[in-house]
Design a protein around this ligand. Sequence first.
Ligand code: PBG
Length: 325
Amino acid sequence: MSFPTHRPRRLRQSPAVRRLVRETRLDPAQLILPAFVREGIAEPVEISSMPGVQQHTLDSLRRSATDAAAAGIGGIMLFGVPAVRDARGSGADDPRGILNVATEALVAEVGDALVVQTDLCLDEFTDHGHCGVLAADGSVDNDATLERYAAMGLAQARAGSPMLGLSGMMDGQVAHVRAALDAEGFTDTLLLAYSAKYAGAFYGPFREAVDSQLQGDRRTYQLDPANAREGVREAVLDVEEGADVVMVKPALPYLDVLAEVRATVDVPVWAYQVSGEFAMIEAAAANGWIDRRGAVLESLLSIRRAGADAVLTYFALEAAAWLRE
Ligand code: PBG
């Protein structure tokens, strides 16, 4: 009879030992809650494909942000849903536009406790639903869009946003917005670049959440799901352009990209557990096919383990509460 020389199971023998040797931890401070605020509604509106997530009124948004601060999470990412849209997304840089008004209110309410972040992209504001403005042939015009992003970035900075989330995947967007901010003295405004953002099937519920007008797809600007190296290259370019934080999105289907980006750049790397990832867990849990709490915490832990320093997740408040138990 020969006995094993190596006994890795020693490290798993009790909850106390397992806790002591755990490599990855989840902390509420590393969670960021995405939130939607809609113009012109008197009551919050439920999003059917995202159980428990709402389009907020200004009041319910403020309450939710206060809860977020009390839960000890790190930040809140704000998306606006305007009542009126047009081809150039005029509501995006209008100081009275819903996103800018909500930003001002939130920063006043929770700005000391949480990092308020604002989505810097045109898709919620355009009547065609694309992330940029269109050229005469219907294609998304990269450089004309950069001008719109600069105006939008300035409007958000003037509304008090400390961190802008560049989610449009236009070439040169980080450098362009950085230069526009610096020229106006907003040298401290943080830029979060959605560097490796993949065009795919996991954003469906978000489109309902922001009442998206998009026909077609975003494959001429978001990344091809087949390409990992290209995602890493985008992150490197964004760091060169001055991104303070880079992001990989979606999260769970792209853990390989996340790990590679983490190994390549030296700025914080975040990941976005997107609406489709959220909806899959919710749908399976609602059917009794999966343990909801276990799946939520395991998915977040796995995203952290793969290399994310922080995670944007619709589960942020609930996960933070569980982590504090
Ligand atoms: C673009 C944007 C999208 C998401 C975040 N920012 C939609 C898209 O690219 O189609 C999706 C987030 C999610 O699915 O939860 N402004």
